[in-house]
Design a protein. Structure first.
Length: 741
């Protein structure tokens, strides 16, 4: 049997294991030194957590809360070992991080033998400068997170939970993990200028890729913020705005470095600084004077007064410090020192501007740094192909472009093949557009016609030819209805029929999701809790049952999950309605698609009836049974929000969904799905239900089976109902499909 890994992957893994083993052997003789570094980091972090860090983090958590909110928020340990184990885990991670540079340094001989150590000596000042810049950026990220973002975020989360009658009882483990995750994310995000500049300078990722893909970067920043921050607009802006500014600054810095690298022979940096020394000195002096006047002429008092009276000041308690409190020096010396730092920053930015201007003039005077038509596209990856100038593709014929794309496909790089075709199309379109503009002005008519006439075929035609081998591999060259090719054709036909209507599907889904989330977020979840507890028997005191949040964003996560589930269920009828013609054309269903309205009515009746039964009888009985012993023993009952509300959902709406299963099976029978087919496919149904339960239920195999077993029982009940009304499958409610007979 062939290996699951290809030869290149196995070779890479073997090389990685060999390198790791060589590094361990090389550093073995210095193992005691590495262990001492690890021990220092471990013990330092352990005692810092015990004596200072926890108090600091809790002070940050409560810094924006009023006294009443801060009193309602508590930090709890769920087990006796939570705190000590958490401190040990964090300290071990800190020790490993601190010991890693020492390990790499002592293993440098093994890295040098394998070519992973820089062969040319790197100047110490460069290493120190990079290290200091990285530390400064990381510190700035932490400063923004701890002194602005965290206080506002925790204030919002706590007030939102209390407003809907939930009790914030943060588990110290989950709370600390959440804080440290965001801490690392802020610190790493602040490294963006350094990372983008280094990748662009080394041409690992071309600068043009970062520049051209800025839309994807913006989308990724907002998606990352949506996952790791509360969903209110203000917090989203607080998360995304600094990262967007950093990305823009990173692009500017990368452009300077890359342009300087490419044109280093034409530009003397010292000469640029010497030529513009008067402007740089003037900028520096102006910054020092501005800072001095700001601190000595009442600027601090004016800014703080504005913050005290403005809306912006309501979001932060932090105010500017007067010059006397900045450093243990005189107010004048402090003001001058701040001005000097500001002046250096502004002068550095001005120097960057002059360097870029000088490089631009140098390029204009000497021409292009290279001939675009001489670029070997075969040597580039996908990013390089998309970043290459159009002139390199305009010089190709269609057959040459197809040949390069074919070679990329043979190498398994389908994305590069598509990139070559895309860029070739762009180049040809640019030529055609240029010729058409000449025709409009009455020039070059014959040439324009020739260019247009020689324009290549559509990109779809060439993409089909280029991707033909991929589809052949997927379907093994077969297209019959009984093989994978046939199923592939059916699926693609249905998906293509929905593509033109995707706007309506996505719009309806987002409308339902947004409406449900807004209702829950604005107090609906608290109304459900209060109303439900009021319906419990008199033996159960509602005040004895508390719903808590162990994680700062646990309530929001539940609201998003529940809203997504509701939106998915409500979107299924629309998808079925839009896909019905394609399903009928593939002979998967029968009848007119307006039958969907009848289906929706029948399913709605089943859902509402089951919900009423669950809400009035099943759910109160289940809750009363579960808490009876705890109430009798005077225990404190604290349910996590996810467990409590999922229990309500399963015992109310869940009953309605169970009631809909037999109804849906009868409706499917009326559309051409036979009783024999549903009976014969019970194994596939079971797997589907288990998959659904694994994704949409709280963690735990017991809960998964508590959902699966009732659904399978409802499926069995539906089979029994169909057996009766179809006389054992002999007379289905509609003519079954040929594949089911």
């Amino acid at each position: 049997m062939s290996s699951a890994l290809d030869e290149d992957t196995r070779r890479t893994l073997d090389e990685g294991r060999a390198t790791a083993g060589a590094m361990l052997r090389s550093a073995q003789k210095d193992g005691q030194k590495i262990f001492l570094v690890f021990l220092v980091g471990f013990l330092g972090a352990f005692y810092a957590l015990q004596y200072a860090v926890w108090d600091f983090l809790w002070a940050v958590t409560e810094s924006r809360m009023d006294a009443q909110t801060a009193g309602d928020v508590e930090l709890i340990a769920q087990t006796p070992f939570d705190v000590i184990l958490l401190q040990a885990k964090i300290s071990m991670a800190a020790g490993l991080i601190i010991a890693a540079p020492a390990f790499i340094y002592f293993a440098r001989d093994a890295l040098r033998e394998r070519g992973y150590w820089p062969q040319a000596p790197v100047a110490t000042w460069k290493l120190v400068g990079i290290g200091l810049l990285s530390a400064v950026l990381f510190t700035l990220g932490l400063f923004y997170g701890y002194f602005l973002f965290f206080p506002l975020m925790f204030q919002f989360l706590a007030e939102n939970a209390i407003a809907v009658d939930l009790a914030p009882r943060y588990s110290i483990v989950k709370w600390a993990q959440f804080i440290f995750l965001l801490t690392v994310s802020f610190g790493l995000a602040a490294q963006m200028p350094l990372a983008i500049t280094a990748l662009s300078y080394a041409e690992i990722v071309p600068y043009e890729t970062f520049r051209d893909k800025w839309r994807y970067a913006v989308l990724a920043i907002f998606v990352f913020g949506a996952v790791f921050s509360p969903p209110d607009p203000f917090t989203q802006i607080m998360w995304a705005a600094p990262l967007l500014v950093l990305y823009g600054f990173s692009l500017y810095l990368a452009k300077i470095v890359v342009t300087a690298r490419r044109g280093s022979e034409q530009t003397d940096f010292r000469a640029v600084a010497k030529t513009n020394w008067n402007v740089l000195a003037g900028v520096f002096a102006a910054a020092v004077a501005a800072a001095y006047l700001f601190y000595t002429r009442g600027g601090v008092a004016r800014v703080n007064g504005y913050l005290d009276t403005s809306t912006i000041g309501g979001y932060t308690d932090y105010r500017l410090l007067p010059a006397a409190d900045l450093l243990p020096l005189s107010p004048t010396a402090n003001a001058v020192l701040v001005g000097a730092v500001l002046g250096l920053v502004v002068a550095g930015v001005a120097l960057m501007y002059f360097v870029v201007s000088a490089l631009g003039k140098s390029t204009e005077s000497t021409g292009e740094l290279g001939d675009p038509t001489g670029i070997d596209l075969r040597e580039l990856d996908e990013a390089g192909v998309r970043a290459a100038p159009l002139e390199a593709f305009a010089a190709l014929s269609e057959s040459e472009a197809l040949q390069i794309a074919s070679e990329a496909i043979d190498d398994g790089d389908h994305t590069k093949a598509q990139a070559v075709l895309d860029r070739f199309d762009e180049a040809q379109k640019a030529d055609v557009d240029g010729d058409e503009s000449m025709v409009q002005t009455g020039e070059g008519g014959d040439e324009a016609g020739t260019a247009e006439g020689s324009a290549p075929g559509s990109i779809e035609d060439r993409a089909t030819r280029a991707g033909g081998s991929f589809l052949s591999e997927l379907t093994d060259g077969e297209r019959d209805e009984d093989d994978i090719g046939g199923y592939y054709t059916d699926i693609m036909f249905i998906i293509e029929s929905l593509t033109s209507k995707a706007f309506w599907v996505v719009g309806w889904f987002m409308l339902i999701l947004g409406g449900t989330f807004t209702w829950l977020y604005s107090g609906g979840i608290g109304d459900v809790k209060t109303n439900f507890l009021d319906r419990l028997p008199a033996a159960v005191n509602p005040e004895a049952l508390t719903v808590i949040t162990l994680h700062p964003v646990e309530a929001l996560i539940f609201e998003v999950k529940f809203s997504t589930l509701v939106a998915g269920v409500m979107t299924l009828p629309l998808v079925a309605f839009l896909a019905w013609p394609a399903l009928r054309e593939r002979k998967l269903v029968y009848g007119r698609r307006y039958v969907i309205f009848g289906w929706m009515g029948a399913l709605l009746v089943g859902l509402v009836g089951g919900f009423a039964v669950g809400y009035l009888y099943v759910a109160p009985t289940v809750i009363s049974f579960l808490v009876a012993d705890a109430v009798a023993a005077d225990m404190v009952i604290s349910y996590r929000i996810s467990d409590f509300f999922w229990l309500i959902f399963y015992t109310t709406a869940g009953i309605g969904l169970l009631a809909d299963v037999p109804v849906l099976m009868v409706l499917l029978n009326t559309s051409g799905v036979s009783y024999r087919a549903m009976r014969g496919r019970w194994r596939e149904v079971t797997v589907g239900i288990l998959t659904f339960a694994a994704f949409f239920t709280p963690a735990g195999i017991l809960t998964m089976f508590l959902v699966t077993i009732p659904l399978m029982a409802a499926y069995g009940l539906g089979l029994a109902v169909l057996y009766v009304i179809t006389f054992g499958g002999r007379r289905d409610l509609a003519r079954p499909r040929a594949s089911d007979v």
